[in-house]
Design a binder for this molecule. Structure first.
Ligand code: AMP
Ligand code: MG
Length: 510
């Protein structure tokens, strides 16, 4: 198959300021861990694409298929709110773009060895984090949340030092583009190269936002790009919040220009609802706590806007750096471009919550009703996923307070009186809309997943994988492809986390 693929290299064509071309470091004696048929189909590859030694070699960094051209891209970024200077693909290699049925898709190895941007790192990824990234990217896609995809994971016995000694793996990721906010920050603040910044923005617009390419003035075109990125990011944040997803490391170098979920590290789906939940053990300040994600994304958009100021100001790309002074009106234009974030986020969030509560129409007071439930959930730390899933069976009949369906939600709360007061208002709101309960329940089950990648599920699969048994990884992958389906027989995967799950710690080290 690899001989008939057509590869493109539009990122490489930008020129060497943007990357370093280099080969991968092979995983010694590699083996397969898991492949995603869905992602292969997206690429237009047959289901058996991986049935060859050449495929195993290519996706463990040991060989190139014809047409692959590996490179590590350079970017910079703000980490935990602080300017971190130059970063870059420290352990990732872009192999090129595949001409897929739906358009070109970039294919990237992660964990394929040292690059000029590895800094203190070893260029490797461990089996644990590669499995987590694989499972979560494919699960997010199945939840309908924009994300980079994962094609496969290969692994090896090669030891890798983290907090303990682990083993190496390579995850292959797929996306229309892996461009990050940090790529733009790099050319403004680190390389101070307006011509490169301009070339990058033009390429991004031409390839990924073609509807903006026709806007005549450069400032207007760049402002439109910023606004579109702000809108996409806003919708993404609403989707994360509404499924209880915490990213864990929302640094500007982990923010996708396309509004995709990218760079799965110490992420987590919340079990017990806690707005202050911090999934990343390394994040001692709680900067990236669940409830802060939407405002952090806006902060990150400010960083992107700041990076694009030279283009909004029409500065010439002479190559002698970025002039310091940017006129007030240009700064206002940048702020104006990201301003819609607030409204788009609020609308998407409320729209998502309405769907989660089973409201087909928008009505006065919905926000208060949604917030009321979230407050009760937070006070009693009810399980985020289970609460919304059970709410589908809520009976809107007057006086149905003690029905089995309502009891199953009510049971989740400690403060029953508070729940009953809320449930009375909820029932009233449902009756006002007059939709049949069964129809509402079905709609709710299409937006409130039964199955999410809880930490303990991933952990169990990882423990087995370390013993050489990948069946649990594969089973979870298949399970999470249909997160909204009942899937009888898999009840345990939809249940409360076991006690030991509370002890699981996920950190930046991956
Ligand atoms: P992250 O916050 O995990 O997305 O990574 C931040 C930066 O560190 C990026 O430039 C990564 O490429 C780099 N990095 C993380 N882990 C490693 C590693 N093990 N080896 C080399 N570079 C790494
Ligand atoms: Mg990263």
């Amino acid at each position: 198959m690899q001989d008939t693929l057509r590869w493109r290299h539009r990122f490489a064509e930008l020129g060497s300021r943007f990357y370093t071309e280099l080969p991968s470091e092979p995983l010694p004696d590699p083996h397969w861990v898991v492949v995603s048929p869905g992602c292969a189909a997206l690429l237009g590859w047959p289901a058996d694409w991986w049935h060859s030694p050449a495929a195993l070699a290519a996706f463990s960094g040991g060989a190139l298929w014809p047409g692959m051209r590996p490179l590590a891209s350079v970017y910079s970024g703000h980490q935990f709110g602080v300017w971190a200077g130059q970063l870059g693909d420290g352990r990732a290699l872009l192999l090129g773009e595949v001409e897929a049925p739906g358009g070109p898709l970039e294919v990237q190895l992660k964990g394929s060895g040292l690059t000029p941007y590895s800094r203190m790192g070893d260029g490797r990824a461990v089996l644990r984090s590669s499995i987590r990234e694989f499972l979560c990217s494919e699960a997010m896609h199945a939840l309908g949340i924009p994300t980079t995809r994962a094609l496969c994971v290969t692994a090896s016995a090669l030891p890798v030092r983290r907090e303990t000694i682990e083993t190496a793996a390579v995850a292959t990721r797929v996306a229309p583009s892996f461009l990050r906010f940090g790529h733009f920050e790099h050319f403004t603040h680190t390389a101070r190269d307006v011509a490169a910044l301009r070339a990058l923005a033009d390429a991004a617009i031409g390839q990924h936002f073609p509807e903006l390419a026709g806007i005549a003035g450069e400032a207007e075109r760049i402002a439109a790009l910023l606004e579109e990125v702000a809108r996409r990011t806003a919708r993404l944040m609403a989707q994360w919040q509404n499924v209880g997803f915490c990213h864990g490391v929302m640094n500007t170098d982990n923010m996708s220009l396309l509004g995709l979920t990218i760079d799965y590290g110490p992420f987590g789906f919340m079990d017990a609802f806690d707005p202050g939940h911090v999934c990343n053990h390394t994040d001692e300040q709680g900067r990236y706590a669940y409830a802060r994600q939407p405002s952090v994304a806006f902060w990150n958009l400010h960083a992107l806007a700041h990076a694009l100021l030279p283009l909004l100001a029409g500065q010439a790309g002479t190559g002698d750096g970025v002039p310091q002074e940017v006129p007030q009106d240009v700064q206002q234009m940048a702020l104006g471009a990201i301003e819609p974030y607030k409204e788009v986020f609020a609308d998407a969030m409320l729209g998502g919550l309405r769907a989660k509560l089973g409201f087909a129409e928008a009505r006065e007071g919905d926000r208060e009703l949604c917030d009321g439930l979230l407050r009760l959930m937070a006070a009693d730390h009810t399980d985020f996923t289970i609460t919304f899933r059970r709410l589908a069976s809520f009976s809107s009949e007057p006086g149905a307070g003690n029905s089995a369906g309502n009891e199953s939600v009510r049971d989740l709360f400690i403060d029953r009186a508070a729940f009953d007061a809320w449930a009375a208002r909820y029932g009233e709101r449902l009756r006002a809309e007059g939709r049949a309960d069964a129809e509402r329940a079905a709609a709710m089950q299409r937006v409130n997943p039964k199955f999410v990648l809880r930490n303990h599920l991933a952990e169990t699969a990882i423990r087995r994988a370390r013993e050489g048994d990948f069946s649990e990884v594969q089973r979870l992958h298949t399970l999470l492809e249909h997160p909204f389906d009942e899937q009888p027989g898999n009840e345990a995967d939809a249940g409360f986390p076991p006690d030991w799950a509370a002890q699981l710690e996920v950190s930046c080290s991956s």
